[in-house]
Ligand binder design. Structure first.
Ligand code: ZN
Ligand code: ZN
Ligand code: ZN
Length: 327
């Protein structure tokens, strides 16, 4: 007969474990005596989880050179643009945009904090396919999430509530829509806050926003989609000035990159942005990192001449896994 738990001899901590605890306690006490104080609480940070335009890389049915290697070797492809926000002290994590690559991006985010399930919040920029359709993974056919918080602007709220299949997520309580307003800070927890700001874009179903994320004395901006800079009433230089890092729309490198009328899909070309921001100081230019690359964008080749031109201009290119500490 198996003895009851109480009948088993009490296990004492093995000497190895006790020794580690004693050494750790001594080290901590010594650190305090030496004036180092208790160990610092780790800072929140943001992490880039994807850098591609809505349709990803490779793009469906692309027969071009740009997607050949990504079709043959998925590890050379890229996920759709998304930014994770992490507070390692509380284990909370948030996601800017729910992309078609949501399953892998959520897994990457959860692994950072040993988390499970839906993020503590999802903040949506707009209703173009690369930015919200990942919400489907929260529904009945997939995770079956309960009350996952999705931060939305007013038109996005109306759109998701009034159109299937998204309306079913709302009706079944898989997601809970939390309203945001242009320019108003949203407090994610006691250390991290975010501010949406409206920008001009092809707003067929919703308005479009970028976000400023702030914690400690650090601010970063995430602006994957905007029409030309000239159509925004705020000069982009002001955005760059007010943050420490600005990820901005770098969808296309230049005109003629895709065989269709590019006036119908306006974005600031990287060459235009470099020209416009080229007059800024080296310090200001170093804050700028392009993101949201179309499969056709030659900067996806990190060692190509276009990527080199961006770097030699003093600007940066987003890469998956890039982190910025918010301290
Ligand atoms: Zn997009
Ligand atoms: Zn391609
Ligand atoms: Zn868009």
């Amino acid at each position: 007969m198996r003895p009851l738990e109480d009948d088993l001899p009490r296990r004492r901590p093995r000497w190895g474990v006790r020794r580690v605890l004693v050494v750790a306690a001594c080290a901590c006490a010594a650190a305090v005596l030496l004036g180092a104080g208790p160990p610092a609480v780790p800072s929140p940070y943001v992490v880039v989880l994807g850098i591609a335009q809505d349709a990803g890389h490779p793009q469906a049915e692309c027969a071009g050179e740009c997607c050949a290697s990504a079709f043959n070797d998925p590890s050379s492809g890229h996920s759709v643009a998304s930014l994770g926000i992490v507070d390692p002290a509380s284990g909370e994590r948030w996601l800017i945009d729910a992309t078609p690559d949501f399953p892998r991006q959520l897994r990457s985010l959860n692994e950072l904090v040993d988390g499970r399930g839906a993020p503590d919040g999802i903040l949506l920029t707009h209703a173009h396919v690369g930015h919200y359709t990942g919400l489907m993974h929260l529904g009945r056919e997939a995770m079956g999430a309960a009350d996952a918080v999705v931060h939305v602007m007013p038109k996005m709220k109306t759109y998701l509530s009034g159109n299937g299949p998204w309306s079913q997520l709302v009706r079944l309580g898989n997601i809970r829509l939390a309203p945001m307003a242009d320019g108003r800070w949203v407090r994610l927890n006691e250390r991290v806050r975010v501010r949406p700001f409206v920008v001009p874009h092809r707003d067929e179903f919703s308005e479009t926003v970028g976000f400023v994320v702030e914690a400690g004395a650090t601010k970063v901006a995430w602006l994957p989609d905007i029409d030309k800079w000239s159509t925004w009433r705020k000069p982009v230089e002001e955005l760059v000035a007010e943050v420490d890092v600005a990820w901005i729309d770098g969808t296309f490198f230049g005109d003629g990159e895709v065989r269709r009328d590019m006036a119908e899909i306006p974005h600031p070309f990287i060459v235009e942005s470099m020209q416009r921001l080229g007059a800024l100081s080296a310090e200001a230019r170093a804050k700028v990192r392009f993101v949201h690359f179309n499969h056709s964008n030659p900067v996806l080749n990190d060692v190509g001449p276009e990527a080199e031109a961006v770097r030699s201009g003093g600007f940066g290119l987003a890469a998956e896994g890039d982190r910025v500490e918010l301290r």
